[in-house]
Design a protein around this ligand. Structure first.
Ligand code: NDP
Ligand SMILES: O=C1O[C@H](COP(=O)(O)O)[C@@H](O)[C@H](O)[C@H]1O
Length: 507
């Protein structure tokens, strides 16, 4: 396929929908649990720095990092600076990095030690006084999910979460491990924070192209006209990865692709693709529209899961020219593990707009390429027309490349003047990803402003778990085949057959 046009689509500023109200940036304290961890080093500190460079951090912000590791403030600040040098998308600027890291303080705290929270409260208050900032407190829990409950309970018991200003809580995924544990967790969080105050982060919602889906539909009435079952044949959502499980066997061997990617990221992408654009683009209305989509998912019966779901596991192979071991050989994976490293599903949304249009989702580790994309396949009225039988007319496709490249393409059929044959041709608008803010930048910025549009509401999370629960049970009971696929392939052949039965193929 050939690109006949490639232009910069929009700059980062235009990604935010013009009609969404920006809230004022209040002075605040950001309390970061897990400040010595991987996510903080690789994503959160660089995101904060880039927001600072863009003037999107409040002038008066006190950032307090927490962990059990014994750091002084100075060593912690140096670690923050090191992480910027390694991971910031923009180079560190010598003239301002000192000022940036001076906003950080560190407090040694074991989250289970209730008594140590009084030291944290003292530090928060002394910085609030020193910097003259009001009691607005944002708590970011960048820690393993099993610590979330104890932290919120202790924040409440120590009165740290009793503020005269506002309080907000950012919680990382995964939110629970199934429907029941997610409900239990939510109930516990609700004792200290109300729904308005809880920001459930899903970093796929922070990807610029995902945020742009809403804008694309809203700002292009032509697309809105095409966005329904009269015109669309199917929708395909792919999140394929070349990486394996890295050093995360302990977590991944329990979670599998179904919990790690499908329940959250893929279903969120499905909601963002299928939602009706609300009249007002407020967070509340966007979340309501998303909820209506996930609520309308046709339930899958456990007994029928094998008709709609494919699970797979990688065997040894070659990825991007390098030999790699199979899942069973990965350090930390239990013997004869039946864990899924590949997940594909066919879903239906029982609304008037989407009735009987299949949505196919798939994700997997150790596949041939890294690509997150959404493909809308339009109905091909020439498909069964005998006059065009041998002409090879492809269906029109609208393709949103989300990661690592960002582009929107429309696949159209053109006649090659030399061969007189129809050729599929891509009209592509690509975005220069290097100048885009990263997901965590966009999401942190929203949380600082109190904008919840791109965070998951509890109902979305609960309904996603509810849809997936029978499938989890079918997996647990080993009621579905586990298809092996070679590392470096496009996944199990069974996933191709899932679409072939419906007369389609993966794009
Ligand atoms: N890393 C990533 O790319 C991504 C991570 N996430 C999620 O983010 C969260 C954090 O992940 P990640 O940073 O990778 O995890 P790490 O294991 O790298 O870090 C865990 C952090 O928790 C702290 N911690 C652990 N136990 C305690 C305790 N008892 N008291 C106080 N602090 C404690 C550790 O500090 P110390 O050892 O100093 O006590 C460390 O700072 C997880 O929920 C993960 O699922 C989500 C998406 C991507
Ligand atoms: O949340 C997760 O996402 C990553 C993939 O994220 P991406 O931004 O690189 O597409 C995945 O590797 C990881 O297993 C999962 O926990």
């Amino acid at each position: 396929m050939e690109n006949i046009a490639a232009v910069d689509l929009v700059d980062s500023e235009n990604y935010k929908n013009a009609s969404r109200q920006k809230n004022k940036l209040d002075e605040m304290t950001l309390v970061l649990f897990g400040a010595t961890g991987d996510l903080a080093q690789r994503k959160l500190f660089p995101a904060l720095y880039n927001l600072y460079l863009d003037g999107k951090l409040p002038n008066a912000i006190s950032i307090i990092g927490l962990g059990r590791t014994n750091y002084s403030n100075r060593v912690f600040q140096m670690n923050v600076e090191t992480s910027l040098r390694e991971f910031s998308r923009r180079p560190v600027q010598p003239e301002n990095v000192e000022e940036f890291v001076s906003k950080f303080r560190y407090c040694v705290l074991d989250v289970f030690n209730e008594a140590s929270y009084s030291g944290l409260l003292e530090l928060i208050q002394s910085r609030e006084q020193e910097m003259g900032i009001a009691e607005n407190r944002l708590f970011y829990l960048s820690v393993a999910p099993n610590l979330v409950e104890i932290i919120t309970a202790n924040l409440q018991a120590s009165k740290i979460s009793e503020t005269k200003g506002w309080k907000r809580l950012i919680v990382e995924k995964p939110f629970g491990t199934d429907l029941q544990t997610a409900r239990e967790l939510n109930e516990k969080l609700s004792k200290a924070f109300n729904e308005e105050e809880i920001y459930r982060i899903d970093h796929y919602l922070g990807k610029p192209m995902v945020q742009n889906l809403e804008t694309l539909k809203f700002a292009n009435p032509i697309l809105e006209l095409l966005w329904n079952h009269d015109q669309i044949a199917n929708v395909q959502i792919t999140a394929s990865e070349t990486v394996g499980i890295e050093k995360r066997a302990g977590y991944y061997d329990q979670a599998g692709a179904i919990r790690d990617m499908a329940q959250n990221h893929l279903l969120q992408l499905l909601m963002m693709t299928a939602l009706d654009i609300p009249v007002n683009l407020t967070a509340k209305e966007v979340q309501q529209e998303k909820r209506e989509i996930v609520e309308a998912l046709r339930p899958i019966l456990k007994e029928e899961a094998s008709k709609h779901i494919i699970r797979g596991q990688y065997t040894a192979g070659e990825v991007l020219g390098k030999p790699v071991i199979g899942y069973q050989e990965e350090p930390g994976v239990i013997e004869e593990s039946k864990n899924d490293t590949y997940f594909a599903a066919r879903l239906y949304i029982e609304t008037s707009a989407w009735r009987n249009i299949p949505f196919y989702i798939r994700t997997g580790k150790r596949l041939e390429q890294k690509s997150t994309r959404i493909v809308i396949e339009f109905k091909n009225k020439w498909k069964d027309n005998p006059a065009f039988k041998d002409e090879g007319i492809n269906p029109n496709l609208l393709i949103f490349e989300i990661n690592p490249n960002e582009s929107v393409s429309l696949l159209v059929n053109l006649k090659n003047p030399s061969t007189e044959k129809y050729e599929p041709t891509n009209i592509t608008f690509s975005v220069n990803s290097n100048i885009q803010p990263e997901s965590y930048e966009l999401l942190l910025s929203d949380a600082l402003e109190g904008d919840k549009t791109f965070f998951a509401h509890w109902k979305e999370v609960e309904l996603s778990w509810a849809w997936i629960q029978p499938v989890l049970e079918a997996f647990q009971e080993d009621a579905l085949p586990l298809h092996p696929y070679s590392a470096g392939s496009s996944g199990p052949e069974a996933a191709d057959r899932l679409l072939e039965k419906d007369g389609f193929c993966w794009w």
